[in-house]
Design a protein around this ligand. Structure first.
Ligand code: UN1
Length: 491
């Protein structure tokens, strides 16, 4: 594969001749997959203008019709699931099963949100005056900027694009520079589904140029961003200058607690999937395992054994359990944190870079386990790699205290057979998502997704809350009394 792509603006793929380009590569082989232009401010403004021009017509297109196009795109993705799943795996590095899962999550969400075209519910209520009707209606915001990460190269863009489109917005989309080919293939699905030109536009290039222009441009009315905390704060600050609504989905440092009464084998299955799935590169990945003392030795013994048995290699090979990290930068961060952990005095039970012949060209590392003390940097900072810190605790209270003592609050999990403890944990975990007897990853699209503390700024994506992010509420009063009636004024 060696394809040359351009920006997608006003229904056309364009490649300005003088733009520098960048390559997207397979992290398992470093083989070049495609070439994309590095967008500048002017390209971004062109995309914004196209979105602005398309807005009125799209806004006036009946919402069920908008939903039908989204549903059609989902059907096209379904037909292309093998190809797209393979691409996710090849461009991002997650194993093929998870690559297909990424695409399935996109399909699920688009199917779900297409139905909103027949709802977009407002409310009707009473009035304090006679012969007066009151209700709320949902209206699109306008041009929305969608800035997405590389770890879910199709699902996260679909959460944003699907919800924004059904609500009647037009879009300027900047995908992560590590996975632009997945983004381009996604655009092709919408194009094939008959999305009118200008409704969805894509510009590739650096966040500091394309992203900044989207955030700062007066003609972009709202921003939806998923990424790291520092970038999120930057986006939030800059958008604040224009008082733009911003939705942020940021990091996580997600804990799994195993209580003495847990089904240990099930909990081990959960941790393997939660910590090492997608090579730990999910916002929801389990990076802390908090184990009650009586089962600690058993958990460690079983966990280490199972971890050593995981097969690592080319992610498109269905026999492989773990692929490479997604980039050289990820590898660098991983290696740095392994050193930090050791220097802090944590015990490295298993981990490190893989250097056999079959790993020569990719960013392959071992799934990594540290026995750690709460408070060490590896137990508090998001690493975004398969690094698990295991900590021993004496009881539930200590487990919850440690679980909550981090800046993030996305996902959490507890394994216990005690229903009282499970419900207490639902109350106590300071996270947006809590699992009981299931790993911290794998949220379903028809439920709200997001977190508390530094994980976000209060909103929730997907689920029943998906369209809140992309609509304004208009409150409407209709007076059919044929006279001037005055609310709050005594007669
Ligand atoms: C993310 O890592 O940013 O819950 C999204 C999950 C997936 C989505 C993760 N459904 O793990």
């Amino acid at each position: 594969m060696d394809e040359k792509y351009g920006f997608y603006i006003n229904g056309e793929w364009t490649r300005p001749a003088d733009r520098e380009t960048f390559e997207t590569k397979n992290p398992a082989t470093r083989e070049k997959l495609a070439e994309f232009p590095l967008g500048n401010e002017e390209d971004t403004r062109e995309a914004i203008e196209a979105a602005e021009d398309a807005f009125q017509d799209w806004k006036k297109t009946p919402a069920p019709e908008r939903g039908n196009i989204i549903l059609k795109a989902a059907q096209i993705m379904k037909e292309k699931k093998d190809e797209l799943g393979n691409l996710v795996s090849s461009e991002m590095g997650k194993i093929i099963e998870e690559g297909r899962g990424d695409v399935q999550e996109s399909i699920d969400f688009l199917e779900y949100i297409a139905g909103e075209g027949r709802r977009l519910l407002g409310e009707t209520t009473t009035s304090e005056l006679k012969n007066k009707f009151s209700m709320t209606v949902r209206q699109p915001i306008g041009v929305v900027g969608c800035i997405t990460p590389w770890n879910f190269p199709t699902a996260i863009p679909c959460w944003k694009i699907g919800a924004a489109l059904v609500s009647g917005n037009t879009i300027v989309f900047k995908p992560a520079s590590m996975t632009p080919l997945c983004a381009a293939k996604l655009i092709e699905c919408f194009e094939e589904a008959g999305l009118p030109e200008g409704v969805l536009n894509m510009v590739t290039g650096p966040g500091s140029v394309v992203g900044n222009e989207i955030v700062e441009n007066d003609h972009v009315d709202s921003i939806s961003f998923t990424g790291g905390v520092d970038a999120g704060v930057h986006v939030y600050r800059n958008a604040a200058n224009k008082l733009k609504p911003v939705e942020l989905e940021l990091g996580g440092k997600n804990p799994q607690i195993i209580m003495n009464d847990a089904n240990i084998n099930l909990a081990i299955e959960g941790i393997l999937f939660g910590a090492f799935g997608s090579q730990g590169q999910r916002c929801t990945a389990t990076s802390r395992l908090i184990v009650q003392d009586s089962v600690y030795d058993e958990v460690m013994e079983k966990l280490v054994k199972r971890t050593k048995d995981l097969s690592i290699g080319d992610p498109v090979d269905p026999k492989v359990d773990m692929g490479p990290l997604s980039s050289e930068q990820q590898l660098k961060t991983y290696l740095e944190y392994v050193e930090i952990g050791k220097e802090e005095g944590a015990e490295l039970i298993y981990g490190g870079e893989l250097d056999g012949e079959q790993y020569r060209d990719g960013y392959f590392v071992k799934p990594t386990i540290f026995e750690a003390e709460h408070g060490m940097r590896i137990t508090k900072e998001e690493i975004f790699a398969p690094v698990l810190s295991v900590m021993k605790v004496k009881d539930y209270d200590e487990a919850i205290r440690i679980a909550n003592d981090v800046e993030y609050g996305l996902s959490s999990s507890i394994y216990t057979r005690d229903v009282n403890k499970a419900f207490e944990a639902i109350d106590d975990f300071e996270t947006g998502i809590t699992y009981v007897n299931a790993p911290t990853i794998g949220a379903e699209v028809h439920l709200p997704f997001g977190g508390v503390k530094n994980t976000g700024n209060g909103g929730r994506e997907a689920g029943t809350t998906a369209i809140e992010e992309f609509t304004e509420i208009k409150t409407v009063f209709i007076d059919y009394s044929d006279k001037l009636q005055k609310a709050q004024i005594e007669e």
